[in-house]
Design a binder for this molecule. Structure first.
Ligand code: NAP
Length: 496
């Protein structure tokens, strides 16, 4: 159970403590932050509102711990990560319980997120062992004017202290996708969990605690992003920021100092369906891609661009599947569960109303009860409607009818977001040409957009982010190259 058994030290009465110097601590602020249960809209958990002084101390400890950790043999760092992965998986039920209660993730998906996170940590440990073992050896005489008298050895070294800020929708998985690469590469890590999702994150951090990582190497400071976010992201002791979330990331990138940034931001993933597509395949992917976890996924299908000639048939197939989606509480494993907050539900409703007022065709009745929104497919959407461009992050999906491939590609590329996209066609040459023309970080052919598997490169362009994720990319991003050059007194001996 969350907060019980091995997790009991994390609680101070009904408030979850923050994690610093290898211990669970109460904040001197005396302040707490409420986490509302999206289903009941009532307070579910409380976390500490950490102070700036506490953040300063966390960074001091992180810096000291990192120096020793960087000298810890790579194989030992990997062993510690494997231990954390195993403990995380052992405690999947308790962590999933927190995910259900604070982000309304369907029970089964919550367990899957924890297990996938354990696998991600183990894979990261293995990948780190391989790629960090390798370096480069260069000789000087390939560059004009040089003799062979300089030998350069280069390898990867850690950056120092990595600040990790994940979003609410995958608080555990997107936290470990930052923690694993940072630690295997020899960095220290400071985590700022999302407020909704903080308790799941803290339970995950406790698994690292139980795995026996050195004191101060990992910490988790809680508080509202709007209150402690700037202090954290502009802190002089941060050597790298790995952030996943919405437009907040754009503001952070503008304010951050001269440090490497990994920004994985929003998306408006387009799904282009051509005349020759397998419409059953397209429809099931549109429903899975558009509505799973109530559309609260960065890579959810967020706009369907369907050829006019097949649009009616496609829409009918999608509608038939939407009608079968179950709507209700996450505890019952419903397909559609309440969205994360009232403000999020209000935002979604605003987009839907705008489309309705401008004449879009609704195939389902608009229905909302608190944060619970029934799934809708909004047809005949035009470019003057907000939903054609904005990210709803809810179970509402617009369909735009197109006459040409160029029209579809243009709509995709005209969006500020450029995370992923997908195309459905039986013509593989056409699919590759369209994928090439879509200006997004990834294009899926004949499948819905997806972030996994976690070792695939994953990146957005334009307002969808900078840098690239995926296990290998993240390890590389959280290191820098260090060179040592051996200068010989002259070229090699001439023999014979
Ligand atoms: P968000 O509102 O941007 O929040 C993300 C994180 O930033 C949270 O931990 C939040 O903490 C923190 N934060 C807020 N203000 C901050 C500040 N001034 N400085 C530093 N941190 C601050 O995003 P969200 O609503 O949690 O997540 C939804 C968004 O994430 C969507 O746009 C989705 O597309 C995107 N997303 C992208 C990816 C990807 O890989 N590209 C993956 C998943 C989600 P608080 O919770 O305390 O405010």
């Amino acid at each position: 159970m969350a907060g019980k058994g091995v997790f009991k030290d994390m609680l101070d009465g009904e408030v979850y403590k923050y994690y610093a110097d290898g211990e669970w601590k109460r904040s001197s602020s005396g302040g707490t932050v409420n986490i509302l249960n999206p289903s009941t809209r009532k307070p579910q958990y409380k976390v500490q509102a950490c102070t700036q002084e506490e953040v300063n101390k966390v960074f001091d400890s992180a810096k000291a711990a990192q120096k020793l950790w960087a000298k810890t043999p790579l194989w030992k760092r990997a062993e510690a990560l494997h231990r954390a992965a195993a403990i995380l998986k052992e405690n999947k039920v308790a962590i999933a319980e927190a995910l259900v209660k604070e982000v309304a993730k369907p029970q089964k998906d919550a367990v899957t997120e924890v297990v996938r996170s354990g696998d991600l940590i183990s894979y990261t440990a293995e990948e780190g062992i391989r790629i960090l073992a390798e370096g480069k050896f260069l000789v000087s005489d390939s560059f004009p004017g040089n003799d062979r008298n300089k030998l350069c050895m280069s390898s990867k070294i850690p950056l120092g202290v990595v600040l990790a800020i994940p979003p609410f929708n995958y608080p555990v998985n997107l936290a470990v996708s930052k923690i694993g690469p940072a630690l295997i590469a020899g960095n220290a890590l400071v985590l700022k969990p999302p407020t909704q999702g903080a308790v799941s994150c803290l339970h995950m951090v406790h698994c690292f605690h139980l795995a026996g990582f050195p004191k101060g190497l990992i910490s988790a400071v809680t508080g509202k992003g709007s209150e402690i976010g700037d202090f954290l992201t502009m802190h002089p002791m941060v050597n790298c920021i790995s952030f996943t979330g919405g437009d907040t990331g754009i503001a952070i990138a503008r304010k951050a100092g001269m440090i490497p940034l990994q920004m994985e931001l929003g998306g408006k993933d387009a799904c282009i369906v051509l005349e020759d597509a397998d419409l059953d395949l397209a429809a099931s992917n549109i429903v899975k891609g558009g509505y799973s976890y109530s559309g609260q996924r960065c890579t959810a299908v967020k706009v369907v661009l369907a050829f006019e000639s097949i649009a009616d048939m496609l829409v009918a197939k999608v509608n038939a599947k939407v009608a079968k989606l179950t709507v209700g509480p996450p505890e019952e494993d419903s397909d559609i569960t309440p969205v994360v907050s009232e403000s999020s539900a209000n935002f979604i409703e605003g987009l839907v109303k705008d489309a309705k007022e401008k004449g879009a065709k609704f195939h389902q009745e608009w229905k909302r009860d608190g944060n619970l929104i029934w799934p809708v497919l909004i047809d005949h959407v035009r470019p003057d409607m907000r939903i054609a461009w904005e990210e709803p992050f809810g179970p509402v999906l617009p369909v735009i009818r197109i006459k040409t491939v160029e029209e579809g590609i243009h709509h995709c590329n005209a969006n500020n977001f450029g995370l992923q996209g997908c195309v459905f066609t039986k013509d593989i040459n056409k699919a590759i040409m369209i994928a090439d023309a879509m200006e997004t970080g990834t294009v899926q052919i004949n499948s819905a957009p997806a972030r996994g598997p976690d070792h695939f490169p994953f990146q957005g362009i334009r307002d969808s982010g900078v840098g690239s994720q995926g296990i290998t990319n993240s390890i590389n991003m959280m290191t820098k190259t260090k060179s040592t050059v051996i200068n010989l007194p002259g070229p090699s001996y001439q023999m014979g």
